[in-house]
Ligand binder design. Structure first.
Ligand code: PLP
Ligand code: SF4
Length: 341
């Protein structure tokens, strides 16, 4: 099986009906499509189909949805860098992924080939990190950094690691869940670093943990890499205590520590995935009753407008009289927030 990246192939494989193909072609004009062989082999499961199969519902773009839902643009001092928090930056060497998740909060950006950093732009981005001595941690994200060739990734990691004040490197990736065959000896070799390198794996359902995926994760573990996970709270995929409990337990059982559960962002054409903050808070507080602490991620909300992530479950967020929310930001300021479902 090979990758599927267009409507025609989806129809041919019987994954979408002929009648829907026109609408899906429209979706594809706006948002990238890609399904990997590993994902395609797992399409009999609703939790997988929902995440990757384009839907005509994506054409329903709400007024409140934003093309930069977490306000990255404001914090981009130079191409390829997002610097919102003093001690850490995002370094985005590329904007392509192996698969395109239908709820992606960077969906306006990902998949644009011209967004790959040139050698020169990468050098400028690294220069920015070198000059800012407060930067303790560099977070490689994108796009998916592990979709770079091991050689290219290694070259970037060498340069980042050589910056004395950078003590920790983090890579956010979906590759181990969607293209486990890419966890090769040469990839493991470039991930073997003097400085701490953490991998944060994006996983939303225990059904993603196929035999191949488990084998790949075992290799990452044996290579000594600390593994954390991040998940997005998604309607009909994992929005229940039972499903999240199964997801987080399954992750811990294969030595992945759940790090974040993200409240779904206001990305365009994703309202069919959104869960209310109230429900998210109920589910996560119920999880406290039954689930081991090491299997509990922090439920977080990325406050629209680039105001940063806040814990979504605690006192940072308060209900207001008109069924909205008041959020205390990390700057100790208060902003109003509303669910748009
Ligand atoms: C989410 C994010 C980070 C990482 O935040 P942590 O809370 O450390 O996981 C860093 N920079 C930006 C711009 C972010 O959006
Ligand atoms: S892998 Fe991450 S960045 Fe890429 S489409 Fe999925 S959510 Fe978006």
């Amino acid at each position: 099986m090979s990758y599927i990246r267009n409507t025609h192939a989806l129809v041919k494989q019987g994954l979408i009906s002929e009648e829907k193909s026109e609408a899906i072609t429209k979706v594809a004009e706006k948002f990238q499509i890609s399904l990997s062989p590993e994902v395609l082999a797992n399409m009999d499961k609703a939790e997988i189909r929902e995440q990757y199969l384009p839907s005509e519902k994506e054409l329903d773009i709400k007024e409140q949805e934003l093309n930069d839902p977490i306000g990255d643009q404001k914090f981009t001092p130079i191409k390829g860098i997002t610097h919102r928090y003093p001690d850490r930056v995002l370094l985005k060497p590329l904007h392509t992924c192996s698969v395109y998740c239908r709820f992606c909060f960077r969906r306006e950006k990902v998949g644009q080939a011209e967004e790959i950093l040139s050698q020169n732009e990468l050098e400028h981005a690294l220069q920015y990190i070198r000059k800012n001595k407060n930067i303790w941690e560099v977070i490689l994200t994108g796009g998916d950094p592990l979709s770079l060739s091991p050689q290219k990734l290694g070259a970037i990691l060498d340069k980042v690691e050589a910056i004395a004040h950078v003590k920790v490197i983090r890579i956010h990736t979906r590759i181990p869940l969607v293209a486990p065959e890419k966890i090769s000896a040469s990839l493991l070799n470039v991930l073997d670093r003097e400085k701490a390198l953490y991998l944060i794996l994006h996983c939303n359902s225990h059904k993603e943990l196929t035999e191949n995926v488990r084998l790949g994760i075992k290799k990452l573990c044996k290579a000594g890499l600390p593994l954390l996970s991040q998940s997005v709270l998604l309607k009909n995929i994992n929005d229940s205590v039972e499903k999240l409990e199964e997801l987080f337990r399954s992750l811990v059982e294969i030595r992945i520590r759940p790090y974040y559960l993200h409240h779904p962002d206001l990305a365009q054409g994703t309202s069919h995935f959104r869960v209310s903050l109230e429900r998210g808070r109920q589910i996560t507080s119920d999880l406290r009753k039954s689930l081991s602490g090491i299997a509990q991620p922090l439920y977080v909300l990325d406050v629209p407008g680039g105001l940063g992530k806040v814990p979504a479950g605690g006192e940072f967020i308060q209900a207001t009289e008109d069924e909205a929310w008041k959020i205390r930001t990390i700057h100790d300021t208060f902003v109003d927030y509303q669910d748009y479902l």
